[in-house]
Design a protein around this ligand. Structure first.
Ligand code: NDP
Length: 236
C-alpha cells in the first residue's frame, strides 16, 4: 500500500478519531484538526482549525504540509447538529449548521485541491449522514447540510476527475458514540428495530470504509454515496 498524507477535520473525538486511528494503523502520515489544537490518536499530528474560518483552515494545511508533506487524502468530518422543529428553528440555527457542515467542507476541500491538482492525485471524502437523504424530523438544517455534500462530491468528480482526484460521500447511520449511548434504553431499542442490521455501528466500522475509499483499490470509485448504516437508508 502507498503511504499517504491524510488530513481529517474533527479528529480529536468520535468518528473522526476512529478514522485517524485507522489511517495510522495502515501506516499513513496522519494529521487531525480540532478547534483547541489538542487531542487525536497516538501517532497523529494534531493542528488547530476552525472550519468556519478559511484563514484558520489555510494555516492548518500549511502546518501539515510543512510537517508531513502535501495532503493527498482529505476527510471532511467536522460537523455539528442544532436539532429543533422547523417552527422553532431560528435562522441562525440553520445558517450556523450549514456554515460548519457544508461551507466548512467547501473551505477544506478548496484548500486541499491546490496541492491535489499539483500532484495530479487526491482523495476527497465527505462525511454525510443517512439523515442527508432519508430526512429527519427536527433536522431541517442538518439534513440540508448533509444532502448538499452529495452535490459537492459529484461536482468535484466532474471538475477534478480527470486529474486523478476522486470525491466520495460516506453516509453513516446510527453510530455508537457518546450521543447514542446517552439515549434511553427503550429509545435505543426502538431505533434498532428500524435498522435491518438490528444494531448500531462502531465508529471503527465507518473508519474502515473511509480508509478503503481513500485507498488505491478504490481509484475508480468517484461521486458515490456509500452508506454505512446497516441498511437503514436503503433506496435513498
Ligand atoms: P462529535 O460531536 O463527536 O465530533 C465532532 C467533531 O467536529 C469534533 O472533533 C469537533 O471538534 C469538530 N467540529 C465541530 N465544529 C467544528 C468547527 N467549527 N471547526 C472545526 N471542527 C469542528 O461528532 P461525531 O463523531 O458523532 O460525528 C462526526 C461526523 O459524522 C459529523 O460530520 C457528523 O455529522 C457525522 N455523523 C455522525 C453520526 C453519529 O451517529 N455520531 C451519524 C452520521 C453522521 P471540537 O472538539 O473542536 O468541537
Amino acid at each position: 500500500m502507498t503511504v499517504r498524507t491524510v488530513l481529517i477535520t474533527g479528529g480529536n473525538r468520535g468518528i473522526g478519531y476512529a478514522i485517524a486511528e485507522e489511517f495510522v494503523r495502515r501506516g499513513d502520515r496522519v494529521a487531525v484538526t480540532s478547534r483547541s489544537g489538542m487531542g487525536g490518536p497516538e501517532g497523529a499530528l494534531t493542528v488547530a482549525a476552525d472550519v468556519t474560518d478559511a484563514a484558520s483552515v489555510d494555516a492548518a494545511f500549511t502546518q501539515v504540509e510543512a510537517e508531513l508533506g502535501p495532503v493527498e487524502v482529505v476527510v471532511a468530518n467536522a460537523g455539528i447538529t442544532k436539532d429543533t422543529l422547523l417552527m422553532r428553528m431560528a435562522e441562525e440555527d440553520f445558517t450556523s449548521v450549514l456554515n460548519t457542515n457544508l461551507t466548512g467542507a467547501f473551505r477544506v476541500v478548496k484548500r486541499a485541491s491546490k496541492g491535489m491538482l499539483k500532484a495530479r492525485f487526491g482523495r476527497v471524502v465527505l462525511i454525510s449522514s443517512v439523515v442527508g437523504l432519508f430526512g429527519g424530523a427536527g433536522q431541517v438544517n442538518y439534513s440540508s447540510s448533509k444532502s448538499a455534500l452529495v452535490g459537492m462530491a459529484r461536482s468535484l468528480t466532474r471538475e477534478l476527475g480527470a486529474r486523478g482526484i476522486t470525491a466520495n460521500v460516506v453516509a453513516p447511520g446510527f453510530i455508537e458514540t457518546e450521543m447514542t449511548a446517552a439515549l434511553p434504553e427503550a429509545q435505543q431499542a426502538e431505533y434498532k428495530k428500524s435498522i435491518p442490521a438490528g444494531r448500531f455501528a462502531s465508529a471503527d466500522e465507518v473508519a474502515k470504509v473511509v480508509a478503503w475509499i481513500a485507498s488505491d483499490d478504490a481509484a475508480y470509485v468517484s461521486g458515490a454515496v456509500i452508506p454505512v448504516d446497516g441498511g437503514l437508508g436503503m433506496g435513498h
